[in-house]
Design a protein around this ligand. Sequence first.
Ligand SMILES: [Zn+2]
Length: 317
Amino acid sequence: MTLVLSRLIRHFPRLLAASAIGLVAALPAIAEPIPAYEEVAAGIHVRTGLVEETSPDNHGAIANLGFIVGADSVAMIDSGGSVADAEAAAAAIRAVTDKPVRYLINTHMHPDHVFGNQVFKAQGATIIGHEKLPAALGARAEHYKLSMRDQLGPAAAGSVTVTLPDETVTQTRSLDLGGREIELRAWPTAHTDNDLTVFDEQTGTLFAGDLVFLAHVPVIDGSIKGWLARIAELRALPAERVVPGHGPASAPWPQALEPQTAYLEALAADLRAAIAAGVPLAQATESAAAGQAGQWQLFDAFNGRNATAAFAELEWE
Ligand SMILES: [Zn+2]
């Protein structure tokens, strides 16, 4: 009896693994549910994006999205990675308020943030982005549609119409949602060349877009030097909490800046040392920021690309 039991316990992990494999094989692929919205501060609703790369199963619901409810109207911040993602956001708004979505604010050009634009435009929202967003998104539109076909699957990708902003911001712009002012701010090149943040004065909540990453390794599609140069300005913003572009729904400010600053600084320092020592690009990018690997999700998916882009930038200092 004891022997049987101990053998069973000894083999339990293997038995469990075997039954799990059988279970997975028996189930058809099921799309993951789009994450729900939660109220992180009064009138500020955010859903936490999945820390994954876009796939047909996750509808591109990988970025943090949110909306701010004023006395007269609603501002949506980013529209999601697919039409389904945006429709889920629109339904979440309707569950909270019947006020119109007057504005859709795009924090930058990446597909997981703008591929639901058409849904809010059809509802009458004015789409607002950085002054460089129309050119940047326009230039990438065809490429994004092709890559999305692979990532989202042909049906979901085919339903997306790349939709550009109606209005742009050069420096700052205030929007009044009715007793609630929000400030939009266009930033110099950092994560991309078209990063825009949204600050809600009433609650001290900063929607940073992808100027702030937590959990998900930062992705450089603009300038590592530019991004590092903005850290002090970001830190000085009078926010209480941040909604990062990826990671938890909200986090205390400015402490939320620390992990990504450490990553960007390590990447720049390692690459500068490699460049000074004459290490070739392929070798340098393999080891750059390796000490940060345990701190981040999706590190292997993005660190090499970040290192390659940053190497090219730092090589010419
Ligand atoms: Zn991004």
